[in-house]
Design a protein around this ligand. Structure first.
Ligand SMILES: Cc1cc2nc3c(=O)[nH]c(=O)nc-3n(C[C@H](O)[C@H](O)[C@H](O)COP(=O)(O)O)c2cc1C
Length: 290
């Protein structure tokens, strides 16, 4: 198979674990060999530890799942002192992106500045699109162009590492947002995050403690594909496709739509080996093509 180089790095295959769906790699080493999957995007890291939203924080429906984790994560210091050294020891050649989130541009700056000098990862994926975590004006950064620009303008000078901007599916101008992110320093675009969603209570129990959340899984595959297709036509940096991939045909559809890499999220909850399985199947298919 020909070598896959993206963002200046060699990937074993184009399949990555999506942010927030494989922690800091713990479930990866518990279920597969890290060499089976091209990479991992970590849970989004924030300046302070976050306990997240009240339970229940995930619920299922026929097309996928709804979550309102609220970016529960151990915070910058634990990631620096414990998670990064563990990942460097245990994840081998697997390419790691650190996902970063914040409520203000200053928070992104603090997290990136503190982690930039550490080893064990290739680049940063800026989570600018979490429906469960909005900035002061009540929107995710990517749906507020001046705010998104501010984050990128502040973060870009802090690092020479690849910087990915993760965008939202409910953006009526996603291609323009991607082009703006690239003009302000993004080396790649990840599309898409979850799409805002709500499910009714079952009996006396609310579907989600926070009320509403983000929809993921097979139901959003066409939404992600449409976004990637539009973005790939508008920018000349690599696009990373994510949303609803649970099979090699879903991954292939993203690659055909213009993605250079793909990520698997919800698919790993249903089957922790999903990403490895579809990476293997993609490789077989590409070997079969002359
Ligand atoms: C339980 C859960 C937690 C997530 N946490 C994060 C996160 O911390 N940061 C982020 O950028 N995206 C997060 N996401 C979004 C996924 O990375 C992905 O963009 C989305 O789920 C769509 O892909 P999928 O349909 O394959 O799950 C999370 C998704 C789920 C289901």
């Amino acid at each position: 198979m020909t070598e896959l180089r993206v963002f200046g790095a060699r990937f074993a295959n184009p399949v990555l674990f999506a942010a927030g769906t494989a922690g800091f790699g713990e479930p990866v080493v518990a279920t597969i060999s890290p060499a089976e999957v091209g990479g991992l995007v970590t849970k989004s890291v924030t300046l302070e530890p976050r306990r997240g939203n009240p339970a229940p924080r995930v619920t299922e429906f026929r097309g996928g799942m709804l979550n309102s984790l609220g970016l529960a994560n151990p915070g910058l210091e634990v990631v620096r002192k414990e998670k990064l050294p563990w990942m460097a020891r245990r994840l081998g050649e697997m390419i790691v992106f650190l996902s970063v989130a914040g409520r203000t541009p200053d928070e992104y700056v603090e997290v990136v500045s503190a982690l930039e000098a550490e080893g064990g990862f290739l680049g940063f994926e800026l989570n600018l699109s979490c429906p469960n975590d909005v900035h002061r004006r009540g929107r995710p950064f990517c749906l507020d162009p001046p705010a998104m620009r501010d984050v990128l303008d502040r973060v870009r000078p802090l690092t020479d590492r690849p910087l990915l901007a993760k965008l939202a599916p409910n953006d009526p101008a996603v291609a323009a947002t991607a082009a703006l992110a690239v003009r302000h320093g993004a080396d790649g675009i990840t599309a898409v995050n979850t799409i805002p969603g709500y499910l009714p209570a079952r009996g006396a129990r609310r579907a989600l403690g926070a009320g509403s959340g983000g929809t993921s899984g097979p139901a959003i595959l066409p939404v992600g594909l449409a976004a990637v297709r539009e973005i790939a036509a508008a920018v000349d940096v690599p696009v990373v496709g994510v949303g609803g991939i649970v099979s090699d045909s879903g991954a292939r559809a993203y690659l055909d739509a213009g993605a250079s890499l793909v990520q698997v999220g919800t698919g790993s909850f249903a089957d922790p080996r999903c990403a490895a399985r579809l990476a293997r199947r993609l490789a077989r298919r590409s070997e079969a093509v002359p």
